[in-house]
Design a protein around this ligand. Structure first.
Ligand code: IPD
Ligand code: CA
Ligand code: CA
Length: 262
């Protein structure tokens, strides 16, 4: 088995195990706290999922670096393999019993996106990709949509937790895009939004101020499904997630043009 295949298998196993925790504790009485803002939540389930993943990686891949959202990982420069973990993407949804959330695990090899796994435990949908080998949903090959008409395109976006105090709030972009597209969704899980672009359920997605763990898996999955990924001006998307645009390719230029309007 190749190294990438072994990493994929482990990522799939851990995403499923963390997803099982999310499923079991969904709509139960869980502890919820706030982080950077009163709207930025973390629950005991985020922490339990991260602990499961980080502990297993520590035992099975002790030489690998880990960047995990809730701070449990041990990130460092120079590691050949780097795991980038969002233990629960869609925490606000989870806390409210809104059924849209997932586990996201992206793995870089020598600083390049190599493996991506996103698991939606309620729908039992497992998205996966290895660089150069295509993207899959529960084993079925994924392909982005063919929609080329922006007026018939369905897009998604999201808004950062600092929206109450930042002027860089994405509302201007949202206003421009929603006037031109068929519709724009805001559904609270960036990792799933990216997978939906890969699956052809959405034609495009953009968001500002995301973090590496929101996009590490999803960007590779979009790319391997034949989609386009970029920053807000059409250049390479930063690994930080600060500017993320993904689409079926056909509507990418039109989307970038709209995001470029003030
Ligand atoms: C959030 C979700 C949401 C996006 C936020 C993210 P979290 O991640 O992906 O869709 O709009 O910007 O921070 O906090 O639920 O892991
Ligand atoms: Ca997230
Ligand atoms: Ca999260």
């Amino acid at each position: 088995m190749s190294d990438s295949q072994a990493v994929l298998e482990l990522a799939v196993r851990l995403a499923r195990e963390a997803g099982a925790i999310q499923r079991e504790r969904y709509e139960t009485d869980i502890e919820i706290r706030t982080k950077s803002a009163s709207t930025d939540l973390v629950t005991e389930v985020d922490k339990a999922c991260e602990a499961l993943i980080v502990d297993a990686l520590g035992k099975e891949r002790p030489d690998d670096a880990i960047l995990a959202e809730e701070g449990g990982g041990s990130d460092r420069d120079g590691a050949e393999w780097r795991w980038i973990v969002d233990p629960l993407d869609g925490t606000t949804n989870y806390a409210h019993g809104y059924p849209r959330f997932c586990v996201s695990i992206g793995v870089e090899h020598n600083d390049e996106r190599e493996v991506g796994v996103v698991y939606d435990p309620l729908l039992d949908e497992l998205y996966s990709a290895v660089r150069g080998e295509g993207a899959f949903l529960n084993g079925r090959a994924l392909r982005v949509s063919n929609e080329a008409n922006f007026g018939a395109a369905l897009l998604a976006t999201g808004f950062a937790y600092d929206i109450r105090k930042s002027l860089e709030d994405n509302l201007n972009h949202f206003a421009h895009v929603i006037k031109q597209a068929r519709a724009v969704r805001r559904d609270g899980s960036a990792a799933l939004d990216l997978c939906y672009v890969a699956a052809g359920r959405l034609d495009g997605f953009w968001e500002m101020k995301l973090h590496p763990w929101d996009v590490a898996a999803g960007l590779l999955i979009v790319q391997e499904a034949g989609g386009a990924i970029s920053n807000m001006r059409g250049g390479p998307p930063p690994r930080s997630g600060r500017e993320t645009v993904a689409s079926n390719r056909h509507i990418h230029a039109a989307l970038i043009d709209l995001l470029d309007l003030a």
